[in-house]
Design a protein around this ligand. Sequence first.
Ligand SMILES: *Cc1c(COP(=O)(O)O)cnc(C)c1O
Length: 374
Amino acid sequence: MSTPVRQVPYVDIAGQHVAIKEELLEAIDTVITLGQFILGEEVERFERDFAKLCGVRFAVGVNSGTDALVLALRALGVGDGEGDEVITAPNSFVASAGSIGLAGARPVFVDVGEDYNIDPGRIAEAITPSTKAIMPVHLTGRPAAMDEIVEIAREFGLLVIEDCAQAVMAEYRGRRAGSLGHVGCFSFHPLKTLNACGDGGVVTTDDENLYEKLRVMRNLGLRTRDECVTWSTNSRLDALQAAVLLVKLKYLGRWTAKRRANAAYYQAELGSLEEVVVPIDALHERAVYHTFVIQAERRDELRAHLKRRGVGTAVHYPVPIHLQPAAAELGNPPGSFPVTEHQVTRIVSLPVYPELQSSQLEQVVGAVHEFYRT
Ligand SMILES: *Cc1c(COP(=O)(O)O)cnc(C)c1O
């Protein structure tokens, strides 16, 4: 009888909650007992704590990361002008460009570098008189080249909207993601490093005017209970989710350290393989490894081999945004962004979540080595 292969699933959302389930249920119980489901104390407490975590003055809880991006763009007036353009990366999750379209502006893509983030050296040539903002994405949890990006934005008078959906607690020259541009947008989708039991998001800023605007805009344009100053959507962070997030915030530092330790293990064990490129964060960066993305020779065969060895993997993301049907009208045919299009054939994400046991990490590494040895 053969022993079954031990599984290393790519993600393990249920696993994250085992150790903290009692605490979560208690927090949820409190909200239900008080009956304060919409805004109120839990949401405000979370917003204060999250702003502090990011090193900014203000945070506004919203319904999702996508809403965080759309509301930030709208609150900054991006999309108000005919033909407004926003520069962003084509290798992100679709919501980055999608939110620009939803705000009434046009996404303009700029290719990425080896760090999977927008290449600052190519931004200037993409700027036109219609450019309003740059939206760097801190993809994989690694900060984009913010010094260069902020400098270009200053020179051309552009706004900087950080897509921080994958980058809670990521640092760039000692400062946290969400504090580096005019506004930071985060997601608490269950697959993010700080996650709700459902959808959620938050916007961070140091700008008090913007903060007041965002509070009105997430709540139907209501300045007070009975005064509506602008038509807007309903995009509030649920008090239940805020209560969940407040519990998880206490563990986030430890979880993030474990992610980084897992990444360091992979870097040490896979870095010498000729067929593989592992990510290494630069000295002035502190990546949080939302995903651990390697580039691999014979990527699809490697994935199939890992699957046979019980190791789940994923590809983030298999179709670049500019090649999505939704982006067809933007007119970027295949070949427009060669780095992105080259990487997309080679990238694969390995499991990196904090609950991984060392035996599981060894299993992943062993299976990768086995593939290239044979
Ligand atoms: C997840 C994600 C979003 C969208 O967040 P949701 O909460 O799912 O709406 C936006 N940008 C990036 C880079 C993401 O990873």
